[in-house]
Write a protein that binds this ligand. Structure first.
Ligand SMILES: [Zn+2]
Length: 383
């Protein structure tokens, strides 16, 4: 007997190589089985998913959800379960001096799972630019905070932007790496600075410092600090970083996605590992709408449905070392499921610059199932 059966949808679970019409049985908040022919009489509740796409609960690997403490923080559920996403990752809104408010005040009001990258700046992103020099970094405090919340904090965050980039130089990255290593966590590095100086960049120098498992955010940006050389070719250091397993994350936001750069990357065999939104109050509904809208732009760029689902399920789960309980529909995993539909028509997608792109597919959320509980999803915007 199952608490819930999802019947007849096209189930795509890249972690298990599943793509086909089948059923999912859920018991006590966990996946009990994925397979054909589950009977209605064996289920307390049945969701008919014929014509729908059923995937592991989607993960948005870069959002800002420290609502009311940072000026651009959004409520987690707005970008999470209400938009077809069961897990979000806050990318550095909090630092060592501000982090405890997030589990105390924000998470109790959230049905969406939230994981965090802890900013090396002691006050996180409370004001921008967040850092000027080493006085803004509390080395021991950051390591201690990461160790105090191992179930929530999955990495360390740093932004390579002016003025700290120039004031500290490569020492900014070396120090961040030391903190991340001491906390035994990956380092997430933001590249691309809309307020940066053309030609002034540390990217070529710091890329060799990143290890397998570290994360490069906004990897398809065209802003100063991007990973292209002046002639438009890829920096060899970037290709080497990708080859040794540095995680390439989109973090679309206001400046993280240039279609020109994306075409250059894809044309040279560079795929993102994770597609994420960087959704925040300063971009939602303006240039960024939802994870599924951002993902649909990548369908228009030529990625397959299986690829974009992999980049929003098991890949981000693995990037925060949670792939054993997140990002798949394996038996026994928490029952986080996203039910989607494909809107076919003529859609126009914009990048964070001035370009637009036509596509015929727009993924839309229908229902989110969080720990076995169905939640009707609605979109926060369609563009
Ligand atoms: Zn961000």
């Amino acid at each position: 007997m199952y608490d819930l059966v999802i019947r007849g949808g096209r189930v795509i679970d890249p972690a298990q190589g599943v793509d086909g019409i089948t059923d999912i049985g859920i018991s006590k908040g966990h996946i009990a089985t994925v397979g054909e022919g589950l009977k209605e009489e064996d289920a307390a509740q049945v969701i008919a998913a014929q014509g729908k796409i059923v995937v592991p609960g989607l993960v948005d690997f870069h959002v800002h959800v420290y609502e009311a403490v940072t000026s651009f923080g959004l409520a987690p559920d707005r970008v999470g379960v209400n938009a077809g996403v069961t897990t979000v990752v806050d990318a550095g809104s909090a630092g060592s001096e501000t982090f405890p408010g997030l589990p105390r005040f924000v998470l109790p009001q959230s049905r969406t799972s939230v994981f965090c990258f802890l900013h090396i700046c002691r006050t996180g992103l409370c004001h921008l630019p967040e850092m000027r020099d080493w006085n803004d970094i509390d080395y021991e405090g950051t390591v201690a905070m990461a160790q105090a919340y191992p179930n929530l904090i999955k990495g360390i965050k740093v932004r390579v932007v002016e003025p700290v980039m120039w004031n500290m130089g490569l020492e900014l990255i070396r120090l961040s790496k030391r903190i991340a290593k001491e906390a035994a966590l990956p380092l997430m590095v933001h590249v691309g600075d809309p307020k940066g100086v053309e030609g002034r960049s540390l990217t070529k120098e710091f890329l060799p410092l990143l290890d397998s498992g570290d994360i490069l955010s906004h990897c398809f940006t065209c802003k100063p600090g991007n990973v292209l050389q002046p002639d438009g070719s890829l920096m060899p250091e970037f290709r080497e970083a990708a080859e040794r397993g540095v995680v390439l994350d989109i973090a679309r936001g206001n400046s993280g996605l240039s279609f020109d750069v994306a075409r250059r990357m894809l044309g040279q065999g560079i795929l993102p590992d994770t597609i994420s939104t960087d959704l925040a109050a300063l971009n939602i509904g303006g240039t960024v709408f939802s994870l599924l809208h951002t993902v649909s732009a990548f369908l228009a760029l030529g990625l397959s449905l299986n690829q974009v689902i992999e980049m929003t399920t098991i890949n981000p789960a693995n990037a925060m070392r949670e792939g054993h309980r997140l990002g798949s529909l394996k038996d026994g995993m928490p029952a986080n499921v996203s039910i989607l539909e494909m809107g076919e028509g003529d859609w126009e997608f914009k990048d964070s610059e001035t370009q637009s792109l036509k596509g015929q597919m727009l993924l839309k959320p229908v229902m989110t199932i969080k720990d076995g509980i169905p939640i009707s999803a609605f979109q926060t915007g369609t563009g």
